[in-house]
Unconditional design. Structure first.
Length: 222
């Protein structure tokens, strides 16, 4: 049976949704490895909309995470509540501020954040089945709120973000743009992506390593 990977998108654009370049690199590497993938997005309004030319909020404009996510890929995107862990061997969540606006309320609540309820249940299903869970950049902030265990994750070298992970009872491990942090026991993998990157080629090193390791772990059932 061909291995299948679920990819979660949370809007279009790194300042208020999924980072387009990180998503593209993830999908490219999945395709290069011959892995099947399907994309899912939450059917929710965006917390806010950012003008990517200025970085300022567009307070008069509202957008929808599912609609915006459909701009990102040619293939069909499915509502997040249709994601079934049993149909996939792994899940990957690219970075971008959608992780702290749509997939969680970290942008508002900080270290007391809550993760989107439907995503909580699905990620626990992957975790309970010992299937790899890979997260890029800001998406790593989901891990300490999701799991009781102190699973090491990386958000690069940021002291502020490292402190936030610790405040949520998690464990932060510094890593460069081309590095990944892997918890073998829990099969959770993270890489900083554009939190540390200066060039797409640098970011691609970490993302390709992440996807490669996901592929390897899917071949090594516990």
């Amino acid at each position: 049976m061909k291995k299948r990977v679920a990819v979660v998108i949370s809007g279009c654009g790194w300042l208020d949704g999924t980072d387009v370049q990180e998503l593209t690199m993830v999908l490219l590497r999945l395709d290069q490895l011959g892995l099947e993938w399907s994309c899912f997005a939450p059917d929710v309004p965006q917390h806010h909309v950012i003008d990517h030319t200025s970085g300022e909020p567009m307070n008069s404009e509202g957008r929808h995470a599912m609609v915006e996510s459909c701009r990102m890929v040619h293939e069909r995107i499915y509502p997040l509540d249709r994601l079934q862990a049993g149909e996939f061997g792994a899940i990957i969540i690219p970075g971008g501020h959608g992780a702290i606006n749509q997939l969680s309320d970290f942008a508002v609540s900080g270290s007391s954040m809550q993760v989107l309820e439907q995503l909580v249940g699905q990620l626990h299903e992957f975790h309970d089945a010992h299937k790899p869970i890979a997260l890029v950049g800001m998406a790593a902030l989901l891990v300490p709120r999701l799991f009781e265990q102190a699973i090491p994750v990386t958000l690069g070298h940021s002291a502020e973000l490292s402190g936030t992970i610790s405040a949520m009872g998690g464990l932060h491990k510094s890593a460069g743009v081309g590095e990944i942090v892997v918890d073998i026991e829990h099969r959770v993998l993270t890489t900083p992506g554009w939190l540390m990157g200066k060039r797409p080629s640098d970011v691609a090193q970490g993302l390709f390593k992440l996807v490669d390791r996901v592929n390897t772990l899917m071949e090594q059932p516990r």
